[in-house]
Write a protein that binds this ligand. Sequence first.
Ligand code: ZN
Length: 680
Amino acid sequence: MTNPLLQFTGLPPFQQIKPEYIEPAINQLLAENRALVERLLRENEHYTWDNLIQPLEEADDRLSRAWSPVSHMNSVVNSDALREAYNACLPKLSEYGTEMGQNEHLYEAYKSIHDMPEFQHLDQAQKKTIENSLRDFHLSGVDLPPEKKERFKAIQQQLSKLTTKYEENLLDATHAWTRHISDEQQLSGLPDYARAMARQSAEQKGLDGWLFSLEFPSYYAIMTYADDRALREEMYQAYVTRASEQGPNAGKWDNSAIMEEILALRHELAQLLGFQSYAERSLATKMAESPGQVFGFLDDLAKRSKPVADKELEELRQFAEQQHGHEQLAAWDLAYYSEKQRQHDFDISQEELKPYFPEDKVITGMFEVVKRLYGLSIAQVDHVETWHPTVRFYEIRDNDGQLRGQFYLDLYVRDKKRGGAWMDDCSGRMRKANGELQYPVAYLTCNLTPPVGGDPALFTHDEVITLFHEFGHGLHHMLTQVDHIGVSGINGVAWDAVELPSQFMENWCWEREALNVIAGHYKTGAPLPDALYQKMYAAKNFQAGMQMVRQLEFSIFDFRLHHEYDPAKGSHIQKTLDEVRQQVAVITPPDYNRFQNGFSHIFAGGYAAGYYSYKWAEVLSADAFAKFEEQGIFDPETGQAFLHNVLEQGGTREPIELFVKFRGREPTIDALLRHSGITA
Ligand SMILES: [Zn+2]
């Protein structure tokens, strides 16, 4: 029997991928790749793209394609056996990666290609791939003496274990806590869909009554609507103490020591490479040039938005007091009274909008938006093997009927599935040596409200925005026309520019013309009534200042944590967070709050010393969208310009160059401030 992970024809055979296949497949590919590198370096005298880089890229691509479904399934259909096999491979992959990055002979070979006159005849993507590789050799410690190389390798391995453990703890802690309710009185204030969802969860566990969990749609419903204040407090406490030494499961999945160790190791790693801090190391591959520039950017935004946020919070306080006689706003009151205030000020609730966002309408509407913008046709493909029955598969064709890419869509919240929403790649676009073109395939993963009872899934407007966001990442990955995988799609794109195409897509969720396409009543098909749209748009920047300072709090906390780390003093995680809150936050949560223990973006994801990227890229995305505001949001010419200058280009050029090509000038912050209701 052949190992399904080693079949490289077509899409991954998800149903056949069993934990026992994982380690043997990875072992075999690593051995093959090592042998190949050795052979290519030995056999060739004069290194070229074709005799060295192309075969190595293809070999690494096979490894990525084998690992991608494993890592993906570990995130979305987690099990003990899968987790064990996944974890067994992590140190091996980390070791291989560092070993290649530290291979001096390989580095010299790349350098010789770079320094040869033929280099000038390579295309832009090839040149950029080689330049990035040379940079990355240094960042892997190729210049270090042997004992430091070993230490570097050991740190990388340990970090890969720790970040995985952090994520596992968070997942386990999230799924370990539920709240069973038998007394309907306690559901007071909750909308029908939330009750039905909780009823369904209870039934699935063989319980009567209603079952709530810490998965976002369930948590959100209680925090926003439950009149029972004690219930909100209980739920809040369970949520913000996940994976910590506090709360109902105190100490059971505690991430605290892991976070300390992660920060210490990242710092040591940065210093090995000659950087002052991990923040500096992080910027070595980003658009932002120095920590000072990042702090300056964030501080400026904080100065502009803090007064707005203070005012909004004061209005909320007054509202809660005057309208509801509630005096002290606690952390578990904010979402609840905010929703009441939104209803009062704008006569609109999140609930009213939901019937207009049934999933089919939203998804076909989203496809229609990109058809108008870029001339794309997207069709569902049946009978594709996936990891779960609710997952769908689609393909994208362009104006000429050419296949451009394919994607899996995994929409709903589910047990054993990591929270949040993200795009990941199954395979990337590349032209093989034999001429064959490999098409990009993406996983789009969300945790949206599932269908309840006999109705289709009805999304909140926020959920629609999330879907558009991830689709934007997906388009960046799938529409690329670059044939070299190192810089095709999102590969090689500076991380602080990666959120440009995603945040850019969100804008269409607010436009009347676009909502005519993506919204329609799930029973009657009626368009979103104009009065409702006007109210929704008026409420767009409701509490925008508070949202902005919250994002800034996360960004500054992350960047300070990684910039100020001092081995003599330890990480001071809580102290740093408290200080940042003093500076920018308008709300101080209770002492037991351990938000940081679930901040997987920076402790387990790719956003370490990079959370600021969201705001950084929003300057670009808002300014890019402003051109559509000027030209018309479905202006095909502007759409084609964005497609050709940004989406298709991948990482072949610096993001700022691509932006200027599209916009005709450098970005300004004005559009971001205007869209956020915070004027210059
Ligand atoms: Zn994103």
